[in-house]
Design a binder for this molecule. Structure first.
Ligand code: PMP
Ligand code: GLN
Length: 407
């Protein structure tokens, strides 16, 4: 192979290849499949937010912003946080606005980790966590989420009914004297699990014991469907505010995934660590979109109306898709939150999830995500497929009609 054809990708990134989200969207486009793979709505975000961003552009908010965010969005995030947690924060030292939650995650890992630090990571994991930990020199230690029925009672984590759970022994064993960080994601992509308060208390106890920090990704914080499992922020548990960085973003809550406006809230030393990386990654997020995002959060009447409508729409599509998949013969794990459903495809006789999702995309005309890429041992995900339901009802109907070809 000539020098120009040889891979120039760094050793630590080469194993990650191309993210499954780009792969599956490309495959969906190639085959004209309905894209229930990559999670983004096929409807637009609300006009009141888009109008605010357009106004910001026309009013000349088009230069770099303050490194940690324009004052308007900083104030709006502080209010949003305080109204939900009763924890007032000082925007000057306790938050940062980033280019999506993705940048906040990378900045957290790069800002907090030293080479060899261990990171407790629940799997299946959103793919950028493992890549980001690796970029930061950290070493992941896995804790596997499984359908609750697959874990023996005395060792099963205190999950809600029907939810995914983990083995308490595996959680304990994942912590060592080298543990620096725990990555949480609740509601969880791809399983849809909302961690129960009792589960979060267990994680908090181990973090205190090992002096570990939690980075919690809560981008689906408002997209929950199970009243028994409301969203619980680990930062609100006793003693955890000091050791938690809570990350979120605009994309899911307001159906504006392309805006890439995210944020981090936490104690001053943790935010200082994150900002130390953020300043050299992007310095600041897109200024006019920060103004739009400020309006998204600060216009409480329009905000609450929009979120309530979105949650009832998603909740209808969740039921519609769960029922359809069950009728087709999938074993369905209905999510507590997010806009994804995990379903067991084994009854259709494919060797694994990759073969199944390829067939589904190319021959049936519906794309789904093969989740084995989100596990340290791909075999753990081989029976599953992840379907997104953040789509208009007509799209979901069409997808279900096509899925009937599986019969
Ligand atoms: N975290 C999770 C769990 C996600 O599913 C996503 C997907 N969009 C992100 C983070 C990325 O968020 P953003 O688009 O704000 O970077
Ligand atoms: N979060 C989205 C999903 O899980 C994808 C985001 C991305 O494409 N990176 O499908």
């Amino acid at each position: 192979m000539s020098v120009t054809q040889a891979s120039r990708t760094a050793d630590r990134l080469r194993p990650f290849g191309t993210t499954i989200f780009a792969e599956m969207t490309r495959l969906a486009q190639q085959h004209g499949a309905i894209n229930l793979a990559q999670g983004f709505p096929d409807f637009d975000g609300p006009a009141y937010i888009k109008d605010a961003a357009v106004r910001a552009i026309l009013d000349g908010h088009n230069q770099y912003s303050r490194m940690f965010g324009v004052p308007e969005i900083a104030a709006a995030i502080a209010d949003w946080w305080c109204s939900q947690t009763n924890q007032p924060i000082d925007p000057a030292t306790q938050l940062a606005v980033t280019a999506g939650c993705t940048e906040a995650l990378a900045a957290a890992f790069l800002g907090l980790l030293d080479p060899g630090d261990e990171v407790v990571l629940f799997e299946p994991y959103y793919d950028c966590y493992r890549a980001g930990v690796t970029m930061g020199g950290g070493v992941p230690k896995f804790v596997t989420l499984r359908p609750a029925a697959q874990i023996d009672e005395p060792h099963r984590s205190p999950a809600g009914p029907g939810a995914f759970a983990f083995d308490l022994r595996q959680l304990e064993a994942a912590f060592t004297p080298r543990t620096r960080l725990v990555i949480l994601n609740t509601p969880h992509n791809p399983t849809g699990k909302a961690f129960s308060r009792a589960e979060l208390e267990l994680v908090a106890r181990l973090c205190a014991k090992h002096d570990a920090v939690v980075v919690t990704d809560e981008v689906y914080e408002r997209l929950t469907f199970t009243p028994e499992l409301p969203h619980v922020r680990i930062a609100t548990l006793p003693g955890m505010a000091e050791r938690t960085l809570t990350l979120s973003s605009l994309g899911k809550t307001f159906s504006l995934t392309g805006w890439k406006i995210g944020w981090a809230v936490g104690s001053p030393p943790l935010i200082a660590a994150l900002r130390s990386a953020h300043q050299f990654l992007t310095f600041c997020a897109a200024t006019p979109l920060q103004h739009g995002a400020a309006e998204a959060l600060a216009n409480t009447a329009a905000r609450d109306l929009y979120i309530a409508d979105l949650v009832s729409q998603l909740s209808r599509e969740r039921s519609f898709l769960s029922t359809a998949l069950s009728e087709l013969g999938f074993t369905v794990y209905p999510p507590d939150g997010t806009y994804f459903i995990m379903a067991d495809h084994s009854r259709f006789g494919f060797p694994d999830d990759v073969a199944f999702c390829r067939h589904l995309t190319a021959e049936v005309g519906v794309a789904a995500i093969p989740p084995s890429v989100f596990y340290s041992n791909p075999a753990d995900g081989a029976r599953l497929a992840r379907f997104a339901f953040c789509k208009q009802h007509t799209t979901m109907q069409q997808a279900v009609e096509r899925l009937a070809r599986l019969k």
